[in-house]
Design a protein around this ligand. Structure first.
Ligand code: HAM
Length: 418
């Protein structure tokens, strides 16, 4: 039996990869304009990093991590998200000593042992960005403005921005207790998962999809009504700046996030085009995270975009992979050898050239040139080898022109840039 890929982990094939390249290149371009620099961290980290940052009682840490012991008995984990590794690297490399404000972005695979379905995979990819060192709500608005601009640039319009504030260590504990008290009165209506976690992670109950939990929490107290004065002021300022930047948003007071490190502003870009996996991007503030991981007391905010979900949304709008600019058809061994040298010279000059390697008939070679959608073809046989010239045919209008084999690159460059 042949070996297949792991469930929930996908190949990205030629024909699909062009969309990925476009999405990644546009991120580099847009994020670069906003002053973000790329960072790459390993795909595997010490397990403790994720337990301490994402939170012991979250679904990710409780159920979804790919954790294993290496041969020395160290517990390692395939990264389930990008923020914690970036913070680890930021602290380890003392990046705060280079600049009081760090703007970093990353892209790459993440791993979560979730039940695979459309838009949800076990290896998925994120494009993420993080800003460290700024508490000013302007930076919240700027991060959202960058996210908004990214979606405009990639041509995805059917998304909307939802924002919320989750308070801070000052105001959240009081709210949390109120929520626990509220849930305690309705325990019978909650699902088994929520009955188990309502004390350790009561906010997750607000996000539970079970109908009993949804009904039981209709009138649940909301964090927004319990913000302390500082958080209230911060959230008002975020909204004011978003309005000033004409970024459309909606306040969703029931939005909770599946990671414990968030404080104050949280947000999601949602769509109704992907069924239940409706978040295309998500993020928020995590003031306190860097310090809790042993670094300086710096505030932070960021987001991550799910690339597979973007690709699904781009849907049929396939980006056409580059076609050969020249196909060289050759007749006979000597011509074939010469065609091979010629093709390589053209490739070195930056021209996408192709030929046949299987000794096919001229007719079959021309069929392949057509199938590949080559812009030009060139036929070389004994005659052409002797004269050093051949007919260059434009496939779009079938016009032929005489070409000197020694000057083919220049001639093609001229024709292709017209
Ligand atoms: P998250 O909400 O866990 O946040 O993930 C961000 C995005 O990654 C989601 O909105 C979704 O588009 C995508 N995603 C998550 N899980 C999967 C999956 N199993 N399959 C496909 N796509 C998925 C974070 O990861 C935070 N680190 C975001 C952040 C950055 N917050 C601050 N900075």
């Amino acid at each position: 039996m042949s070996i297949t890929a792991i469930k929930g982990m996908n190949d990205i094939l030629p024909g699909e990869i062009e969309t990925w390249q476009f999405l990644e290149a546009t991120a580099r371009n847009v994020f670069g304009t906003y002053g973000f620099a790329e960072i790459r961290t390993p795909a595997v980290e010490k397990t403790e990093l994720f337990c301490r940052s994402i939170g012991e009682t979250t679904d990710i840490v409780e159920k979804e991590m790919y954790t294993f012991d290496d041969k020395s008995g160290n517990s390692l984990t395939l990264r389930p998200e990008g923020t914690a590794p970036v913070m680890r690297s930021f602290i380890q490399n003392r990046l705060h000593t280079l600049d009081p404000v760090s703007k970093l972005f990353y892209m790459g695979p993440m791993f979560r042992y979730e039940r695979p379905q459309k838009g949800r995979y076990r290896q998925f990819h994120q494009i993420g960005a993080e800003v460290l060192g700024v508490e000013d709500p302007k930076i919240d608005a700027q991060v959202l403005s960058m996210l908004n601009q990214y979606f405009c640039r990639i041509g995805i319009e059917s998304v909307s921005l939802q924002i919320n504030s989750l308070g801070c260590p000052e105001c959240r504990p009081g709210y949390r207790q109120q929520l626990i008290d509220y849930l305690e009165q309705r325990l019978d209506s909650l699902c088994a998962d929520c009955q188990r976690r309502y004390k350790t992670n009561p906010l997750r109950v607000l996000d539970c999809k079970a109908s009993g939990c949804k009904e039981a929490t209709v009138d649940a107290p909301e964090m927004l009504e319990h913000l302390c004065a500082d958080c209230e002021e911060h959230f008002s300022a975020v909204k004011k700046h978003l309005l000033a930047l004409t970024i459309p948003f909606e306040v969703n007071a029931r939005m909770v996030r599946g990671l414990d490190y968030y404080v104050r502003t949280t947000f999601e870009m949602v769509t109704d085009r992907l069924g239940s996996q409706n978040a295309v991007a998500a993020g928020g503030r995590y003031d306190g995270l860097v310090e809790s991981l042993g670094g300086p007391a710096l505030p932070g905010i960021g987001f991550a975009i799910g690339v597979e979900r973007l690709v699904l949304m781009k849907g049929e709008e396939k980006i056409i992979p580059p076609v050969p600019q020249l196909f060289i058809a050759a007749l006979g061994q000597a011509a074939c050898d010469q065609a091979f040298v010629l093709m390589t010279e053209l490739q070195r000059a930056g021209i996408r050239a192709e030929m046949d390697y299987q000794g096919k008939s001229l007719k079959a070679q021309m069929r392949r040139a057509n199938k590949l959608n080559a812009a030009y073809t060139l036929i070389i046989g004994e005659e052409e080898l002797k004269s050093g010239e051949a007919q260059l045919k434009c496939m779009a209008d079938s016009k032929q022109s005489q070409a000197k084999l020694g000057q083919l690159a220049e001639l093609l460059m001229e024709k292709l840039t017209k």
